[in-house]
Design a protein around this ligand. Structure first.
Ligand SMILES: C[S@@+](CC[C@H](N)C(=O)[O-])C[C@H]1O[C@@H](n2cnc3c(N)ncnc32)[C@H](O)[C@@H]1O
Length: 248
């Protein structure tokens, strides 16, 4: 991925992309060492605020590059190269056109771009995942568009894992707004502390997807000591938990 200089004034995005790249490298390799199929789903794929003509500062391009490395790494072990596929969802028509143009020439990885709102295209995503192992990345611009009840079929998919960019800063500022859809019920209220909020979301996500483990990592706002967002990670395997915690 691009260096941090490239992400000036977008340091949070740099941290998110850094994390995604490292985690994909680890989980992709682990999964593809014993399975021959892996699907990466980016539910809010962009491009968004990209400054690079080749889109190398976007999550979808970072993922494609990383997944190629995973496939080569597995092949070096003398194993049959795994089938690695990507599903990219984007609701903005202009961004979707850019996404389509950017991935059109890619033939070594099967890519399914889906236009529309994540919650609305859950059946199409499910069809594209088929029976493969799926890693679903949910990276919204706010707190809407991934209501827990609406996305249950994706959360429940087995084998599979989910990473959510949980924008705590938006929730802190969103007094008077209903977060019922986000939490999949009316349990959250504005008196809750940050820790209680993230614990509640993790608990709801664990139940909705029947996951064994849900954990999170806190990303601080670089210009203050406050939280900017959490990456919430749901898995059914202790090894995934270990890899997630070890990303540095
Ligand atoms: C924060 S950006 C994420 C960009 C990308 N994941 C990255 O890191 O490079 C969110 C993207 O999701 C799109 N989006 C917003 N709401 C959406 C929804 N409900 N369904 C699908 N895409 C959505 C926006 O147009 C935007 O491109």
């Amino acid at each position: 991925m691009k260096s941090i200089d490239y992400y000036r004034n977008r340091e949070q995005t740099y941290l998110k992309h850094f994390f995604l790249e490292r985690y994909l490298e680890r989980v992709g390799f682990n999964i593809c060492s014993f399975r021959d199929d892996f699907v990466y789903v980016d539910g809010f794929s962009g491009p968004w605020k990209s400054r690079d003509e080749q889109f190398e500062d976007t999550s979808f391009m970072i993922a494609i590059k990383e997944l190629r490395k995973v496939r080569e790494g597995v092949a070096r072990l003398g194993k049959r190269p795994p089938s690695i596929r990507c599903v990219f969802v984007e609701k903005g028509p202009k961004a979707f056109n850019e996404l389509q143009d950017a991935v059109r020439g890619i033939t070594d990885i099967e890519i399914t771009p889906i236009p529309g709102e994540f919650e609305e295209v859950i059946p199409q995503i499910g069809k594209a995942i088929r029976q493969s192992f799926s890693l679903v990345f949910i990276d919204p611009t706010g707190w809407t568009g991934f209501g827990l009840k609406r996305i249950v079929p994706i959360l429940e998919h087995r084998p599979g894992e989910v990473i959510v960019n949980f924008m705590f800063d938006f929730i802190r500022r969103g007094f008077g707004v209903s977060f019922d859809a986000l939490f999949g019920g009316p349990d959250w209220d504005a008196s809750m502390t940050e820790d209680e909020t993230i614990q509640l979301y993790s608990k709801r996500m664990k139940a909705a997807g029947r996951f064994d483990h849900v954990t999170s990592t806190r990303i601080l706002n670089p210009t203050s000591d406050r939280t900017y967002f959490y990456l919430v990670y749901a898995t059914r395997h202790w090894k995934g938990l270990l890899e997630f915690r070890n990303v540095k």
